[in-house]
Design a protein around this ligand. Structure first.
Ligand SMILES: [Mn+2]
Length: 475
């Protein structure tokens, strides 16, 4: 990232910050249900509380005519983690004045629409898929008004981690990294590198192994007895001398490297691609002002809690945490997170044990989960199926399930190795969805769409064809 790009981004965020401060009356915040959506809306809500303004928050699945029609009316609108591809509709339907903080590829240049102000990193040459999330953008808005605090920094990092922007070998990069460095210099955050197992470093090791789904640990994930045997064979006691469970944080450096080596061997023996093995290692961000025993102490756990709340349609609980509730909402979120992991485990074992769920077309593969997986959980299942090599990684994975109003929810995931060949799936999904009367879009490696049920076969055929053309052209 060049400094020039960052100053262009700051120019955009400072302009919307001024608009936000100048406005008055009722603010309507509209956001996406995932971790980044909930975290970014929480940052803006915290900012509005500091400015002593009134606001309401609406959490939506996507921004289309249907969801726009359902929005409450106010005096000023803030769209976070969505909106870039709907600016014209937002203005046309009268949701102005509005600011849009989105990091999804807008599939066009900056458009000038009356009374709307957009911040999108793609417009200033910053990769919104990898370098900054909507939460980071919201943080920069608060920073311009000199109102950031450690909670906002935690939410900014959590949003980015929730969107998997920490997957580079050195963790967060670009503007995300600048936010982390600032928070570190203030003593709010620390980071360390190591194994990225679930709940590391403070969960019992057996649980850390069994709940790790990204990447999936074949033969270990969701199998407690197998995890216990694995530790035994590796020579790492599952319990400490006092009988309490061993955690990653309890291990001596030598034991940590022995565990890492054993996991690498295990994954390679299961035929897992070395790149997926690499994703076991990375950075962990620790939030020093959260209680040491709290699931909010570490960015990936915080993100997982928000994510679970959003996906199980309990986003109110996630927002309450973002706004500062550390009591009732937090214990509710922990129960929701457990239920979410239980459901994921169930879906994954069904897919793993029944190859007929995945159907190969010429250039794509289709995972049909209608009637099984809820629309908000579809993307997560899709990501895990691909990242754990439960399917062919040389073609995009297109997952389908039924959604509301007689529509089909589509989730498309592309493996890194395919995206490195220059395949950008977002525009292809958008084009195919629009041709059958739906809507869609996304990043190079992840995209989604909502299409009418009757257009499903044509949609798949179109996507299969355009994908073939792309590959024939060499990406
Ligand atoms: Mn996002």
């Amino acid at each position: 990232m060049s400094g020039g790009n960052f100053s262009a981004l700051s120019g955009l965020t400072s302009r919307v910050a001024e608009k936000l401060r100048e406005a008055s009356g009722l603010y309507v915040l509209v956001t996406h249900y995932d971790a980044d959506g909930l975290a970014s809306a929480s940052i803006i809500a915290r900012l509005l509380m500091k400015l002593d303004r009134d606001f309401v928050i609406r959490v939506v699945d996507q921004l289309d005519e249907l969801s726009l029609q359902s929005l409450p009316r106010g005096d000023f609108y803030v769209f976070t983690d969505l909106g870039s591809s709907s600016i014209e509709s937002i203005a046309k339907m009268g949701f102005t004045p509005a600011i849009v903080l989105d990091h999804h590829e807008p599939l066009r240049g900056q458009v000038k629409v009356e009374d709307t102000w957009e911040v999108n990193p793609h417009l200033v040459g910053i990769n919104g898929g990898r370098e900054i999330s909507a939460s980071g953008l919201a943080y920069l808005v608060a920073k311009h008004l000199n109102l950031v605090d450690h909670d906002m920094a935690y939410l900014a990092v959590t949003g980015a981690v929730g969107d998997r922007q920490d997957s580079a070998p050195n963790g967060l990069v670009g503007p995300n990294k600048l936010i982390v460095e600032e928070a570190m210099s203030k003593g709010w955050i620390s980071s360390s590198s190591g194994l990225r197992l679930y709940g590391v470093p403070r969960y019992p090791l057996v649980k850390s192994l069994m709940y790790t789904v990204d990447p999936l640990l074949p033969g270990l994930t969701y199998d407690e007895a197998a995890c216990q045997r694995f530790l035994e064979v590796t020579g790492i006691p599952a319990k400490k001398a006092d009988g309490s469970p061993m955690t990653y944080g309890d291990l001596r450096p030598e034991e940590k490297s022995r565990l890492a080596t054993a996991l690498i061997k295990h994954l390679l023996a299961k035929g897992i691609n070395p790149q997926a093995v690499d994703s076991l290692f990375g950075f962990t961000y620790e939030f020093l002002f959260e209680a040491e025993s709290s699931p909010l102490r570490y960015a990936h756990e915080y993100a997982q809690l928000l994510n679970a709340c959003g996906r199980l349609k309990r986003h109110g609980v996630g927002l309450a945490i973002g706004l500062g509730d550390r009591e009732r909402a937090l214990s509710q979120a922990e129960a929701i997170s457990l239920e979410y992991r239980r459901r994921l485990a169930q879906y994954l074992s069904l897919i793993r044990n029944d190859p007929s769920y995945i159907r190969l077309l010429n250039n794509i593969q289709v995972l049909k989960l209608s009637g099984l997986v809820d629309d908000r959980v579809l993307g997560a299942v899709s990501s895990i199926v691909l990242s754990s090599y439960m399917c062919d990684v040389s073609r995009p994975l297109v997952s389908l399930t039924t959604s509301s109003h007689g529509r089909i929810k589509v989730s498309v995931r592309v493996h890194e190795s395919l995206s490195r060949r220059g395949v950008d799936i977002g525009p292809l999904v958008k084009e195919a969805a629009e041709k059958v009367g739906g809507s869609g879009g996304g990043h190079a490696v992840a995209a989604g769409a909502i299409i009418p049920e009757e257009g499903c076969d044509v949609f798949l055929k179109l996507l299969d064809e355009t994908m073939g053309l792309r590959l024939a052209r060499g990406g």
